[in-house]
Design a binder for this molecule. Structure first.
Ligand SMILES: [Mg+2]
Length: 322
């Protein structure tokens, strides 16, 4: 099976097509027609076997997650996702792996109506998946890390720590029953990017980021970019049920520093809280207020007794080069 045959079999016929794609897969490059009044939003993410996923991981999950992490970055900008490119390095031709990978990839692409517009295939020692994704946001309405203001309330979507708990279970570092493990497995393997929430938060939130590296690390980026500080009330963190049940064993650190949850963290000024309340019903995920932005720089974590909490390990989130 040669490269062109693989492309024809797995990538040539696409489940999603979009109006703004004037020319998609099959030429030297794709042509896009930007909708008027929109700014293009671009992002890229790499997944490396043995670093970002286990070489034996279910290819359906790998395909899903490879696109999900990119859509999560677009969601954090308030963008409507529209298209993506896939570059793959494979150690060998494995058609059943590719079929699974495409099943996961295209399942998510269909759900959010994003069109594959190009890609490349090559051979290398390890599987490497590089996806670039793009979308559109009305000019001037993108959410960034920079807009948080003192007095803004701090919110997260969904739950925190589920992906970290699932990974710990997979590594045998903590025992969950089959039923318990099933409640958090998808958080690690098939995270759902908060695409709808991101778009609805435009003109409501003052800043946003997606939680890929852990709350401490990602909130730190927002605080640094905005030149502010924050107070987070730990007892308000939305933890999965199975996490709460094992809280004595797990403590706060999984929710604070593990990452991989792909929830959105965002700030909302007092003046927009009513608009946020009105949105709540329309979102496909819960949102929880966890703290507030302060003029004084630095991050204060407040525990149940109102005391300042210092994370057990000086974890600042996931770092590929640590
Ligand atoms: Mg991000």
């Amino acid at each position: 099976v040669n490269e062109f045959e693989l492309i024809r079999r797995f990538f040539a016929v696409q489940p999603v097509s979009r109006r703004e794609v004037a020319l998609g897969i099959g030429d030297d490059a794709a042509l896009l027609e930007p909708p008027s009044g929109m700014q293009a939003v671009l992002t890229t993410d790499l997944l490396v076997a043995g670093v970002d996923f286990l070489p034996g991981a279910d290819p359906v999950s790998v395909g899903h997650k490879a696109l999900a992490v990119n859509l999560s970055d677009l969601a954090a900008m308030g963008a409507e996702p529209a298209w993506y490119l896939v570059a793959l390095v494979l150690p060998r031709v494995d058609e059943s792996w590719l079929a699974g990978f495409c099943e996961g990839l295209y399942g998510l692409a269909r759900r959010y109506h994003v069109a594959l517009v190009g890609g490349d295939l090559s051979r290398g020692a390890e599987t490497v998946i590089a996806i670039q994704a793009g979308g559109w946001v009305p000019r001037g309405e993108a959410l960034t890390r920079r807009g948080a203001q003192p007095g803004d309330r701090l919110f997260v979507t969904g739950e925190l720590g589920g992906a970290g708990l699932a990974l710990r279970h997979q590594r045998g570092e903590c025992h969950l029953s089959v039923a318990e493990a099933a409640t958090v497995a998808d958080r690690l393997e098939r995270p759902m990017p908060r695409v709808l929430a991101g778009q609805r938060l435009r003109l409501v939130a003052t800043s946003a980021i997606d939680l890929s590296d852990g709350l401490l690390s990602d909130l730190g980026h927002v605080l640094a970019a905005s030149g502010v500080g924050a107070r987070v009330f730990l007892e308000r963190l939305p933890l999965p049920v199975v996490y709460r049940e094992r809280f004595d064993e797990l403590g706060w650190d999984l929710a604070l520093a593990h990452g991989d949850d792909y929830e959105l963290l965002f700030t909302v000024p007092q003046a927009n809280l009513e608009r946020l309340e009105a949105l709540r019903e329309a979102l496909d995920c819960p949102i929880t207020e966890i703290g507030e932005i302060t003029a004084e720089e630095g991050l204060a974590l407040i525990d149940r007794d109102g005391r300042l909490y210092t994370p057990r390990r000086a974890q600042r989130g996931y770092d590929h080069f640590a």
